[in-house]
Design a protein around this ligand. Structure first.
Ligand code: MRU
Length: 370
């Protein structure tokens, strides 16, 4: 019996055994194709190719990955290590993996093994709990974010700029930044959503536009380098983005191209708002300099991953070459925005503004106690 929480991923019990079913995000928006993972190597490949992606969803996928290993009798410790290392920047991935591994270990110790499947059942229960918690967190993010926007930009309808994809495709619920946009839209306050295309893998043009269209939002896709002209024309009321990891000092790692938006927003006096669950805050990373930024294959830059070639975006290679054969490329998946450029961080536990190490620590301690 399948359990449906959001469109991006679900656990299913098939006659041949349990599986994790993913909506293959490399194929969107051309095709809605499911990818069925029966083992951890398949899931690791899906994570690395961005078939499943976005910080909160990576946490959920990693959590179910450990449960899958347990249910199918694979080496859980080895599976957990492979999953936790699949991508380095989004802290939610390792968080989800280690939390379920811990639940498995405790039950294993308690039952003196897993002959009766109790440890595997405990792992699955923990993964499902994490999935539900993320859905709940995203509800609270939407509420806190809409209230904050009303305070920062009172009255009237809003022109919001976003980068990458942060909606139902990255979450157990409504998402993070795009969840807030959706709440604004449903309240009748969205004048326009400006969608950065998000080169090189086009998460904005492919995925955010796909979600915005399905919601009936007024939206326009822009080339990333057109954002400056938009700000200069006074066309942006606020920037809303997600986060892959927030360091203890409030530095924010997010999809590459986020930092230049923060600089532009500061220059033009526009609020720059980060929306992320508390699980994205990593107090063990003191500053932005300590965040490991994933470097991806150069072909993602030297080739245009055009969807017209079979509707699929290849994570590395397989697109149309737009640089000379053999060209070198610089392709960090993320950049880091310093806290002084961030107007506010909206979390499920409340809003951090101004963004300081003390405010981050206080919110985390209150949220993690409660
Ligand atoms: O490389 P991706 O597509 O996984 O990057 C995703 C992002 O950068 C998102 O903005 C981030 O994970 C926040 S999602 C709520």
């Amino acid at each position: 019996m399948a359990e449906q929480c959001g469109p991006a991923l679900r656990w299913d019990e098939l006659p041949e055994g349990p599986v994790l079913v993913l909506l293959d995000q490399t194929r969107l928006p051309a095709e809605e194709v499911e990818l069925v993972c029966t083992d951890v190597p398949a899931l690791v490949t899906a994570i690395q190719s961005l078939a499943v992606r976005g910080a909160p969803l990576l946490g959920i996928a990693g959590a179910y990955g450990v449960a899958l290993a347990a249910a199918r009798g694979f080496d859980v410790a080895n599976a957990a290590d492979r999953l936790a290392r699949a991508r380095p920047t989004a802290v939610n991935l390792a968080y989800g993996v280690r939390r379920v591994e811990e639940a498995y270990r405790k039950a294993f110790a308690c039952h003196g093994g897993d002959e009766d499947g109790a440890a595997a059942a405990a792992a699955l229960a923990e993964a499902k709990a994490l999935h539900r918690e993320d859905a709940d967190a995203s509800e609270r993010l939407s509420e806190h974010g809409s209230v904050l926007l009303e305070k920062l930009v009172p009255g009237g309808s809003l022109r919001l700029l976003t980068h990458c994809n942060t909606g139902v495709l990255v979450s157990g619920g409504r998402g993070t930044a795009l969840g807030v946009v959706r709440a604004v839209h449903r309240a009748g306050r969205l004048r326009r959503l400006w969608v950065d295309e998000t080169r090189p893998l086009l998460q904005g043009a492919r995925l955010t536009a796909y979600e915005a269209a399905r919601e009936g939002m007024p939206y326009s896709v822009l080339a990333d380098n057109a954002a400056g002209a938009l700000f200069a024309g006074g066309e942006v009321d606020a920037v809303l983005v997600g986060a892959d990891r927030i360091a203890a000092d409030g530095s924010v790692a997010n999809k590459v191209g986020t930092y230049p938006l923060a600089v532009l927003a500061r220059h033009h006096g526009v609020p720059f708002i980060v929306v992320a669950p508390v699980t994205t805050v990593d107090l063990t990373t003191e500053t932005g300099a300590g965040i490991e930024v994933e470097q991806r294959p150069g072909q993602e830059v030297t080739e245009i991953p055009v969807g017209v070639r079979g509707g699929s975006v290849q994570a590395a290679g397989g697109g149309v070459l737009v640089a000379p054969v053999g060209a070198q490329a610089y392709n960090p998946a993320f950049d880091v925005t310093p806290p002084d450029l961030v107007t506010a961080i909206v979390t499920d536990g409340g809003v951090i503004a101004p963004v300081t190490a003390a405010a981050v620590a206080e919110l985390c301690s209150a949220s993690r106690k409660g």
